[in-house]
Design a protein around this ligand. Sequence first.
Ligand SMILES: C[S@@+](CC[C@H](N)C(=O)[O-])C[C@H]1O[C@@H](n2cnc3c(N)ncnc32)[C@H](O)[C@@H]1O
Length: 288
Amino acid sequence: MYSDTAQARIPTPTAPTAPSAPTWDPQQYLRHAGHRARPFLDMLTRIPELPTRPARIADLGCGPGNVTTLLTDRWPEARVTGFDLSPEMLHRATEEYAGPTAGGGSLDFRHGDLATWLPEEPYDLIVSNAALQWVPSHPGSFAAWINGLRPGGTFAFQIPANFTAPSHALLAELCDAPRWRARLAGHGARYIHLLEPAEYLARFTELGCAVDVWTTTYHQLLQGPDPVLDWVKGTALRPVLTALGDDRDAVDAFLTEYRDRLREAYPAGPRGTVFPFRRIFAVARKEA
Ligand SMILES: C[S@@+](CC[C@H](N)C(=O)[O-])C[C@H]1O[C@@H](n2cnc3c(N)ncnc32)[C@H](O)[C@@H]1O
């Protein structure tokens, strides 16, 4: 049985390689945009009023920008900047959403690496949705990010915490199987650097913040054939697809093996396929 909680039980690859930054595919990622945006909307409801108007907001790991725009619904006059590392994601976000907003604010997107990003001016809100799991060093940046907030400002993030679920454990297992190990060891288990919710809470209280940390498991009902495979093609499979590159035969063989395992783990029901997905949330408000 797979546990939904213990990150540490993810198999350790026998011959770890350092996966390079994955190539992102905004179109594939957006195929499940509704389910992916839901946690962000839930997080928004827990973010308190911001200290200044118009507010200055950063979205770290903004992806294709569809979630970043939700910030301008809540704070229409805000100046919002999304930062991301992926040229494909930044291109999509800029094409679709950059420019002045209806409420008199603005939205722009810039290249930024979260491993080194520092607030370049005071922010009222720094958010990050489903991105910090890609940045193992993220807890080490919390002090600098909180320091870059105005008094009374907020840092809020959400990260998937699903890496011992079959979707991700099977991927890690397959990458480490004899057939794939030489090319893929380590590509399916990149997420062991997450902290437990209580540890996130402790980090922010130590930094003098008022903190709200919680977890939610979304019982997502997905439609279509092999929908869990389709889901991970937009996220957890990116490092594998990037590593296999143009080797079509290898991509097809890997996806077939993985798909068969997923079908067993997530059988299709009469109304769709249930794909439970656990996520950690943290909302930290700096002292006013
Ligand atoms: C799963 S997507 C989330 C996108 C968006 N926040 C959303 O909620 O839809 C993860 C994003 O994090 C970005 N990312 C990963 N590592 C990063 C890094 N070191 N610096 C900046 N962005 C990074 C990826 O390029 C990708 O766009």
